[in-house]
Ligand binder design. Sequence first.
Ligand SMILES: Nc1ncnc2c1ncn2[C@@H]1O[C@H](COP(=O)(O)OP(=O)(O)OP(=O)(O)O)[C@@H](O)[C@H]1O
Ligand SMILES: N[C@@H](CCO)C(=O)O
Length: 324
Amino acid sequence: MKTTAPTTVGLPLIDAGQRVTVRVPATSANLGPGYDSLGLALALHDTLTVESLESAELVFELSGEGADSLPRDASHLVVRAMEAAFSRLGYRHGGLRITATNVNPHGRGLGSSASAVVAAVSAANAMVPAEGQRGRDWILQLTSEMEGHPDNVAPAIFGGLALSWQDSDQYRSTCATVAGSVIPIVAVPDFELSTEAARALLPASVGHHAAAMNSGRAALLIHALTQKPEFLLAGTEDYLHQSYRAEAMRPSAALIRALRNAGHAAVVSGAGPTVLVLANGEAEATDVLAFIESYTTANTPDIGWRVLKLAVDVEGAKVDLHRR
Ligand SMILES: Nc1ncnc2c1ncn2[C@@H]1O[C@H](COP(=O)(O)OP(=O)(O)OP(=O)(O)O)[C@@H](O)[C@H]1O
Ligand SMILES: N[C@@H](CCO)C(=O)O
């Protein structure tokens, strides 16, 4: 399907005939107590290829997740993010061919929207002349503004475990190295929950006791993820968001409770409803996979779960530019 692309009159045009491919990881934000600040990149990758056209057209070739439901016009998230990036960089495009191969499920808590905006902004940045291009911290700033929080975009950009924060209106992030024995496992249910709906369930404020308890667990979690995975169960206890959101994802909340009662570090991935388990070593990973299989068969027979044993992505968004 083709539609006419909007233009930003007055700005210089990028060259036609450029082709950029961006491979971007899925991400799991929060990790329990790290609400809006911690995120882990996962080896589950979407691929976006963008070509700059001579003609003022938007051409879409979409496959995989969202191919049947995403818009094929200027309202597509990738186009909106590219327009914002070009405009901030001081350029405009003539037309674009967008080819997206998506494996990251949408609205499930694996950072699909963050992956899309990181891929789009990275592609736009690579398409402007070299002297106008900006670094990854600039990409972090713009994509965090678009998402409203940095915890998914940061690991999608940098890879690994990202610790992010906000100084006034500036978003910052640094990476930590995850212990080699940590194995992320996700159980993705067949229902969606939008981040917007999940955020609307949170209270405007929490008590001092909850805040203090959460601070302790967030600090412990970094130590557990990087050096002492035996503390993962204690380190993933959250006091800020999961209990308020449980009503919107009851099967996920029940699975998390059962996994934690069995000693496994299970949390809501992002805003849910995916369940993330951080296993310590292959033996625990095998136990977790068996536990999820038997628990879901017995307790949630009407829900389809896609269970994936993944690895931590340490590379982040990978950009390849081909100029004609
Ligand atoms: N690759 C994509 N291309 C275009 N639009 C996308 C893409 N991925 C996600 N979106 C849009 O973002 C929406 C999902 O975003 P949302 O923030 O609700 O969930 P999420 O990013 O999958 O999960 P979370 O933020 O909890 O990790 C989709 O319904 C779709 O509108
Ligand atoms: N920190 C975000 C992650 C999902 O985008 C939330 O929990 O709402």
